[in-house]
Write a protein that binds this ligand. Sequence first.
Ligand code: GLU
Length: 276
Amino acid sequence: MSGLRALLAVVLVCLLPTGCGESDAFPEDSTMARIRERGVLTVGIKFDQPMFGYKDPASGRITGFDAEMARLVAKDLTGSERNIRFVETVSRERENFISQGVVDLVVATYSITPARAERVSFTDPYYYAGQDMLVRAGDSTINQVSDLDGKTVCTATGSTSVDRLRTTVPTAELEIVDAYSICVPALVAGRVDAISTDNTILLGLLAQHPDTLRLVGKPFGREPYGIGIRKQDAAFRDYLNGLIARWLRDGQWDRAFMATIGVGGATSESSRPATR
Ligand code: GLU
């Protein structure tokens, strides 16, 4: 594209009702330009994980840290955080939804792994979690991961949590379901002995049952969360990496943390990536 045409494209985009985001012009054929032109960012997110991605049953609003990250992207691309469409994306659908173009990106407690990177691309980590266990408050027999030996443990299909349980405690019996929220009534009713996944997800579930459940608090394994996008879209990945780096520098990351995960008093030191 000639310099003049590029300039014209910028001017035209900036005349749209949504205006320009904070970022500068994008190459005409880029994912960023397409989303800006469409005026809506489509985001795959969890709907049942309080503090990360949660659809409030009363208001219908999607809340949580992942939702805040997505809104910041929408704001930058379209001029408003409201120009966003959230699509519920359970763990096992994440790669599918990205590669089939159902969503522009997935921000859904999505760990960066080499196996997944065969099918999708990831940004740099925007958050670090660790796998942990949620048990009944009255159960004093589970205090570390090896105590899951012989117990029934609930977790979700298509997650790193399943894989790590299989390698760390092969003697645990796994109850594998579509979404972590399905595990909660099973745990409360005694049909399973524990739920195991990222500590951050478990904290959100615990907040709904503070008197009946207990977080063991012995994380095993580190889970770096990235934003998932279509494979080989290096320009979109670089753009998103630039945004994440900016949020870590300018306080937006910390504000999003305090407004979501931090509300219950959690601190961010083990989960915050270094400022870059
Ligand atoms: N972060 C882990 C994963 O991506 C577990 C949480 C989840 O399933 O969303 O598999």
